[in-house]
Design a protein around this ligand. Sequence first.
Ligand SMILES: NC(=O)c1ccc[n+]([C@@H]2O[C@H](COP(=O)([O-])OP(=O)(O)OC[C@H]3O[C@@H](n4cnc5c(N)ncnc54)[C@H](OP(=O)(O)O)[C@@H]3O)[C@@H](O)[C@H]2O)c1
Length: 335
Amino acid sequence: MSYKIAIIGATGLVGQKILQVLTERQVPISELYLAASDASAGKEITYQSQSYTLQKVSEVLQARPQIALFSAGSGPSLEWAPKFAAAGCWVIDNSSAWRMYDTVALVVPEINAHTISLNHKIIANPNCSTIQMVMALYNAHRTHHIARIVVSTYQSVTGTGNRAVLQLMNERKGHYDGYKIYPHEIDLNVLPQVDIFLNDGYTKEEHKLIQETQKILECPELAITATAVRVPVMGGHSESVNVQFKSPISEVELRTIISNTTGCVVFDDPQQNQYPMPITAHENDTVWVGRIRKDPSALYAFNLWIVSDNLRKGAATNAVQIAEYLIQKQFLISN
Ligand SMILES: NC(=O)c1ccc[n+]([C@@H]2O[C@H](COP(=O)([O-])OP(=O)(O)OC[C@H]3O[C@@H](n4cnc5c(N)ncnc54)[C@H](OP(=O)(O)O)[C@@H]3O)[C@@H](O)[C@H]2O)c1
């Protein structure tokens, strides 16, 4: 069997990575439909040595794909995802538009694919920072119940898309006067702001990390606070996480649980200067965990350093894994 698949946002960093991951994982595609903004319609994209013409989203809808992977931002997702779903197409959405709707499954396949319902064809891919943190913590949460998380992120510019990479590259060439996606220079700088500020002084990204973690871990009362920071890095997002458990757990137990978690690797030999970095995670799907150490200031508490490629497990790979799950469960209808 092979399937009719669409990518909405195919020219973007995530859309391009989805194409790469579909090839790597040999997802069987009978027909591929690619869309971006109307301004890109008619342009060509090469995929597996074949040329594809970018279509308008409305044209892709008419082709009635079985799965549409959206990575075009919240506006297009809000407008088009319900129309694709109404046409019988499964939507896997990388934007934040649908994540917190009660009826929408927010899925990391290793953790909660079971929340996908045949009745709701829009599935949300979580925020990249959320995915890598819950991947590292969910198994320990199941056995020892997390009491509190304090997370600070160090997020790659690739998390803001094509134009952010352009800003960084321009600044590296000494061009500071061009288009800026960030409110400040990013090269040789650190911005304690990811996404917009809300009335409570937190950013939208920090709210996403908090609420999405509570939803995925099915723990709405989980105490969690976040500071999200943008750094002039390309390869992936890093996170400093302080986690406290409700029941006794040793450092050895925590290391063992994370080591045994599919998709996670403990890479932690400080005496040899071995710890995960964005260059460790770049272009692979692993969630890397290091600097695991007991926090003596609180009961059953630990500090961890978690790194993953935001464009892969944080976006494209997670979305393709969801598509593979739908295929494996035979949830697709023939259009
Ligand atoms: N980057 C990450 O690490 C990451 C991780 C998780 C989730 N996400 C989410 O994924 C989405 C895409 O991110 P990105 O980094 O790939 O951004 P990007 O590089 O800026 O790409 C945006 C894509 O959306 C398309 N687009 C813009 N307006 C559109 C419209 N009205 N209709 C259809 N397509 C439209 C663009 O097409 P044109 O080329 O024609 O402008 C482009 O293909 C965002 O919602 C983002 O929050 C990103």
